[in-house]
Design a protein around this ligand. Sequence first.
Ligand code: ADP
Ligand code: ASP
Ligand code: MG
Length: 408
Amino acid sequence: MALIVEKYGGTSVGSIERINAVAEKVSRTHAAGNQMVIVVSAMSGETNRLLEMAKEISSDMPAREADVLVSTGEQVTIALLCMALIKNGEKARSYTGGQVRIETDTSHGRARIQNIDDSRIKKDLAKGKIIVVAGFQGVDSEGNITTLGRGGSDTSAVALAAALKADECRIYTDVDGVYTADPRIVPEAHRMDQITFEEMLELSSLGAKVLQIRAVEFAGKYKVPLRVLSSFEDGPGTLISYEVGRKMERAVIAGIAHNADEAKLTITGVPDHPGVAHSILGGIAEKGINVDMIIQNIAADETTDFTFTVPRADYESAKSILAKVSDELGARGVTGDNSIAKVSIVGMGMRSHTGVADLMFATLAEEGINIKMISTSEIKVSVVIDDKYTELAVRALHKAFELDKKLQ
Ligand code: ADP
Ligand code: ASP
Ligand code: MG
């Protein structure tokens, strides 16, 4: 008997019809002799709908109350799915994050899971029950409801799978696996049978929202057997592989990710002395704003220009913090651009191949796309461009790296 954790995303539980279909699917796997823990997201569009209502009241939402609000979406789907399972003759039981006791820190809206109490789930599983858990949510040590960041149900599922030492964690979504690029943008993209954990980690962190980055981190830390599949059709999906060696005939690049949710800020003419980077970024970090790419250049007059990217939602607040810092440091001024996108190529093959970055730059040049920032690591190259060229860049790179030709 295997213990399987399955997660169904928003589109997969987006209507009563879909919830009934998921219940049927779960019943079949249960009937085959497996123990089942199901994690569900809110119905598609629901989390956004709730956030929109809150924004109508205030643009500056109190974070604690925002979590009380958005966590309701998942509470609806756990109840509906359980009802559908019970109608099918199953013994099923729903749990909110707090009822399981998925304990997190108190960072509302981006909480991190610290501990999962598996005792209630284990007792119910032993009685043959199917467990349905609300994704995306937990509680802090004082019982306040927290949420894990957008796309966080993936993380709930992988963390539960790790805590329960599940035999497999299946992420069911609206695509049938991990593709070489977002299939909504690149019709020629193809599903990969396998992707290495390292590549998946990069793709997720660079914008491929098919798996939340925290979910991939958890999976790697606890070596959770993880697969991404479609809830709409049967198929093998994509396995996240922890093997170091891999078939050599693979393409150099595994995939392309894009993120049009960033903004760039520059503080110019900063007198260059030790501690400058800390003075500039200290205030940004204190506000809890994530800084991604950073570039610093020294000019001939011994001043420095300092550029970095932040999530687009934090652009205005980062800009006003920086304006104050600029005055304090006697810098020349602050400029910004909130219509940029980051496009990245990712692949383990980069470790052993040269000329990868150059092919990327040449391809973008041929399309007349200007590169505003570049950053590299061992297995990725990212560029920042005007966001209006995102789709063109992703498609051109997909072709240039021959990702349309299935190699595996
Ligand atoms: P769910 O609601 O099931 O969690 P998401 O919308 O969060 O689903 O994630 C699935 C979506 O991720 C797909 O519909 C697809 O558009 C997008 N996506 C982006 N990059 C990729 C990729 N490389 N492979 C597959 N899907 C991707
Ligand atoms: N409902 C949450 C969201 O829309 C969590 C999730 O779907 O994973 O972000
Ligand atoms: Mg998702």
